[in-house]
Design a binder for this molecule. Structure first.
Ligand code: ATP
Length: 274
C-alpha cells in the first residue's frame, strides 16, 4: 500500500440518528474511517446504509449526532460545501449525462475546481483558456488511470453498464477527493466487471492514498477489499472491526440469516449474497 496522503483527515461519525416520520432509519450510529483506509458499511436491505451515505454527503440532515471530517462538522453543510472539503460520491444508480461524451462528463466533475469566473470563461480570456487546458490534461490522465482513454469521445449512454460505472468513479476522482464514497460500486455487474472494479478501487487507494468508504452487498468483495467493516441492521450498528472478525460475529450471522430467511418466505426463492 502507498503512503496515506497526509492531507486526508479522519472521518468521525458519532451518534448519528435519522428519523423519517415514525421510522428511525439510523439509531445513534457511530464509526471512524481512518485516513487512507478502505472502510465498508454493510447490512441487510433497509438497514440504513444509503441513509448513512446521504447524511455524509449532505443530501439528508441528521436528526441528531455529528459527522466530523478533520476539523469540519459536516452535518450542517449543503452537499456542494461538503464536496468542496474533498468528499466525492458515486451513486447506486448511475447519475451521468448520457448524451454527453465521457470527456464532457469528466469535465463536469472538475467544475468545483474551476477558478475562472463566468465572464472570463465566456470571453475566452487567456487565463480561462489556460485553466481549461490544465483541466483537460488532468481529465485525460484520470481517464487513462481508470482505463477509459479509448472511450473519451463516446457519449456515455452508448457504453456498457460496467464501463459507465467506471465513468462514475472517474468523475468522482476528477474532483480530487480526499474521501471517496462509493454506493454499491459493483451492483449489477458481471463477474469480470466486478473483478476489474475491485482492482481499480485497490489502485485508487494505493496510488492516491485517499480514504474510501463503500456500501456494498457483495460480501466477497467487502471481505477482500476492506480494512474495516461497520455492520448495520434496522438502523443500529451491530458490529464494527476488521472483516475477519465481523464475518464471524454471531449477531452479524443472525442478521444476514434472518434477512435471507425472510426473503425466502416472502418470495419463495432464496436471496444469496455472494
Ligand atoms: N427519504 C425517506 N423517507 C422515508 N423513509 C426513508 C427514506 N429513505 C430511507 N427511508 C427508510 O429508511 C430505512 C433505511 O433505508 P436505507 O435505504 O438507508 O437502507 P439500505 O440499507 O440502504 O437498504 P438497501 O440495501 O435496500 O439499499 C428503510 O426503512 C427506508 O424505507
Amino acid at each position: 500500500m502507498s503512503d496515506t496522503n497526509t492531507a486526508v483527515p479522519r472521518l468521525d461519525v458519532r451518534e448519528v440518528t435519522v428519523r423519517f416520520a415514525g421510522l428511525t432509519a439510523l439509531d445513534a450510529v457511530g464509526f471512524t474511517v481512518e485516513p487512507g483506509s478502505v472502510h465498508a458499511v454493510i447490512g441487510p436491505n433497509g438497514a440504513g446504509k444509503s441513509t448513512c451515505f446521504n447524511v455524509l454527503s449532505g443530501v439528508y440532515r441528521a436528526t441528531s449526532g455529528s459527522v466530523r471530517f478533520g476539523d469540519a462538522e459536516l452535518t450542517a453543510l449543503a452537499p456542494h460545501r461538503i464536496a468542496a472539503l474533498g468528499v466525492a460520491r458515486t451513486f447506486q444508480n448511475i447519475a451521468l449525462s448520457p448524451m454527453l461524451s465521457v470527456r464532457d462528463n469528466l469535465m463536469l466533475g472538475r467544475h468545483r475546481l474551476t477558478r475562472a469566473g463566468f465572464l472570463s470563461a465566456g470571453l475566452r480570456l487567456p487565463s480561462a483558456r489556460r485553466e481549461a487546458a490544465a483541466h483537460g490534461e488532468r481529465v485525460t490522465e484520470i481517464a487513462a488511470f481508470v482505463g477509459l482513454s479509448e472511450h473519451l469521445a463516446t457519449p456515455v449512454g452508448l457504453l456498457s453498464y460496467g464501463v459507465q460505472k467506471r465513468v462514475e468513479l472517474a468523475r468522482a476522482l476528477c474532483m480530487e477527493p480526499l474521501l471517496l464514497l462509493l454506493d454499491e460500486p459493483v451492483a449489477g455487474m458481471n463477474g469480470g466487471e466486478r473483478r476489474d472494479m475491485a482492482e481499480l478501487i485497490v489502485a485508487v487507494r494505493e496510488s492516491l492514498g485517499i480514504s474510501i468508504l463503500l456500501v456494498e452487498h457483495d460480501m466477497g468483495m467487502v471481505m477482500r477489499l476492506a480494512d474495516a467493516v461497520t455492520v448495520l441492521d434496522f438502523g443500529r450498528r451491530i458490529a464494527d472491526g476488521p472483516p475477519g472478525e465481523v464475518q464471524n460475529d454471531p449477531e452479524v450471522i443472525r442478521a444476514y440469516l434472518g434477512a435471507a430467511a425472510e426473503s425466502t418466505t416472502a418470495s419463495g426463492t432464496e436471496e444469496v449474497t455472494s
